[in-house]
Design a protein around this ligand. Structure first.
Ligand code: ADP
Ligand code: MG
Length: 559
């Protein structure tokens, strides 16, 4: 395979890495575990396609803290590296082995789930360590290698005795980064970044009740019952759920599974989500995820648990601004997409074509889901309306596409607890509530008590009165007034509502103009016009196509 040697001068780049690579030092752990995961996934694919003739088994990744020696160990059972590969992949900074792997195997492995692609991930270890060792044994039949580097451009590479396949990274934690020797800190980071990664991550042990032991209950001589203590056993503490719900097919999940996953994501949220939306697309971009509608308050600022963004099951951020439309940042859940460029600024993100597509896909999915929830169980949807309306109304105001789709499910509640979608409301009031300019007037109240007598008066006249009280609904009314044809909103206590005009039901002829003309001519021939009056309209479906009447004055003329 011919690839050139990219020789970046290490002397120049090291201080840069230390200071500026990532402002967040803690992400070194995410990078190293991503590499360990990649190495394991690579082995899986190579064994699958028969290129690695070894047993894949049940590989794990282990993280160990050795506080005394000031060391942090990350150990995997993946493909490992030969000495030659260490030279190539580790010594050549900015030469991304992950990209090369994907290039080489892209025809054989369609979704390898490989994480790394910046080529600087490994070196982020030097943000917290002043010396790093790699002890690695390839799946190929070659001796293990031991690489050591103290952060200066010089490194040593010697043979090692390691027998088991895989890689151990040893970080000698720098004095000013001692927090990364605290077990609690490491556990916190693992739970933050690696909670849903695909390879089991072991961190220490924990005690659990022995599942093969049933405590006996004894009665003492006074008849008092005592149960012996449950037998405990020590097991490996596996940090992550390697199969999170969003990676599964929607058809394999029940409502309860979605709720369980919500609790897993937000252990401190005791309120159940109202419903969920499973995102699942692989063309023209890759995106999976589950969004939840929590019960909303009217306060737009309260939003503690946010949507989490992942790439191939690695946590990236919980700030999805610029990636999902703003009104959806009020939702909760997970989005996982390797197609979101993350090493760029937010303002760039907003202009990025792929991100725009992702954002409009999510909007469309949310609208479709709302529509089907409304169609499948309208009663339930109406019950939830108060808890979700803020998101929907905000979406209607801020996203044109969503506004157009919302006519199918956005509800307009009346003071009597009925709920209409826009068309229903329109049809209900079009004959009764028109003003002198022929505009349809939609009456609303925002305070049922204060406006009580006005509401009653309007109802006595047969008018519908909406009950609209959300904080942004006045903006929504304006928007509807400017986009819908000839409507206006009026408060039920506005002075002009007494002057609303009841329009006769306008009936629409079923005849074409040509048919009308022919009928008219025919009737003129057969019916003497001095004796009878012929009226072609109005007509409706039940009436005859024309009416022949003899008005009083005509009758008199005859006599
Ligand atoms: P990237 O992951 O983007 O390729 P990194 O700097 O994180 O860049 O890693 C560089 C390369 O070093 C990887 O592509 C891989 O070939 C090799 N490497 C790093 N860690 C491991 C590991 N634990 N096992 C096997 N190879 C590894
Ligand atoms: Mg990497």
């Amino acid at each position: 395979m011919a690839k050139g040697n990219i020789n970046v001068s290490v002397e120049n780049i090291f201080p840069l890495i230390k200071k500026f690579l990532y402002s967040d030092h803690e992400i070194f752990l995410r990078e190293l575990i991503s590499n360990a995961t990649d190495a394991t996934m690579k082995l899986k694919h190579l064994t699958n396609i028969g290129e690695a003739k070894v047993e894949y088994g049940n590989p794990q990744i282990e993280v160990k803290v050795d506080k005394k020696k000031k060391q942090l160990h990350i150990i995997d059972q993946g493909i490992g590296m030969t000495a030659e590969e260490v030279e190539k992949y580790i010594n050549q900074i900015a030469f991304s082995g992950a990209e090369e792997f994907l290039d080489k195997y892209k025809d054989k492995v369609d979704d390898a789930g490989i994480i790394g692609h910046f080529g600087l991930g490994f070196y982020s270890a030097f943000m917290v360590a002043d010396k790093v060792e790699i002890i690695t044994k390839s799946y190929k039949d070659e001796p293990a290698a031991h690489w050591t580097c103290d952060g200066s451009p010089e490194f040593s590479l010697v043979k090692a005795k390691k027998k088991e396949r895989g890689t151990e990274i040893i970080l000698h934690i720098a004095d000013d980064e001692k927090e990364f020797l605290e077990e609690s800190k490491i556990r916190e980071l693992l739970l933050k970044y690696n909670k849903f990664m695909p390879i089991p991550i072991k961190f220490g042990t924990k005690e659990i009740n022995d599942p093969n032991f049933t405590p006996k209950t004894k009665k003492d001589k006074d008849g008092k019952e005592t149960t012996e203590p449950h037998k405990k056993i020590t097991v490996n503490d596996i940090i992550n759920n390697t199969n999170p719900a969003w990676t599964k097919q929607p058809t394999d999940l029940k409502d309860e599974d979605y709720k369980d996953f919500y609790r897993e994501l937000y252990p401190m949220q005791f309120e159940e989500p109202l419903f969920n939306i499973h995102l699942n697309v692989d063309y023209p971009f890759n995106l999976t995820g589950i969004l939840y509608f929590p019960k909303m308050t009217n306060d737009l600022n309260i939003q503690k648990d946010r949507i989490q963004l992942y790439q191939n099951q690695v946590f990236v951020t919980d700030n999805v601004e610029g990636i999902v439309p703003e009104f959806l940042t009020m939702l909760r859940g997970v989005i996982d997409s390797p197609d979101i460029p993350l090493n760029v600024s937010r303002s760039y993100l907003q202009a990025d074509g792929a991100v725009k597509k992702i954002s409009s896909y999510i909007t469309r999915k949310v609208a479709d889901k709302l529509k089907s929830l409304f169609n499948n169980n309208r009663e339930d949807f109406e019950k939830k309306w108060d808890d979700i309306k803020i998101v929907i109304e905000y979406g209607m105001l801020s996203e044109e596409k969503f506004f157009e789709k919302a006519d199918d499910f956005a509800l307009y509640p009346t003071v009597d607890g009925k709920y209409y979608i826009y068309d229903e409301l329109y049809n209900k009031i079009k004959a009764k509530q028109t003003d002198k300019d022929d505009k349809l007037v939609i009456l609303y109240a925002s305070d049922k008590d204060a406006q009580h007598s006005y509401i009653e008066a309007a109802k006595a006249k047969g008018y519908e009165v909406l009950f609209l009280d959300s904080p942004i609904v006045s903006h929504l009314m304006q928007k509807l007034e400017t986009t819908k044809e000839k409507i206006s909103f009026a408060r039920v206590d506005a002075d002009h509502i007494d002057n609303l005009i009841k329009k006769e039901d306008t009936k629409i002829s079923k005849l074409s103009d040509e048919q009308k003309k022919q009928l008219d001519e025919l009737l003129k021939e057969v019916i003497p016009s001095e004796k009878f009056m012929v009226q072609l309209e109005p007509m409706d479906s039940t009436a005859s196509p024309f009416i022949i009447t003899q008005p009083e004055f005509m009758r008199r003329m005859k006599e």
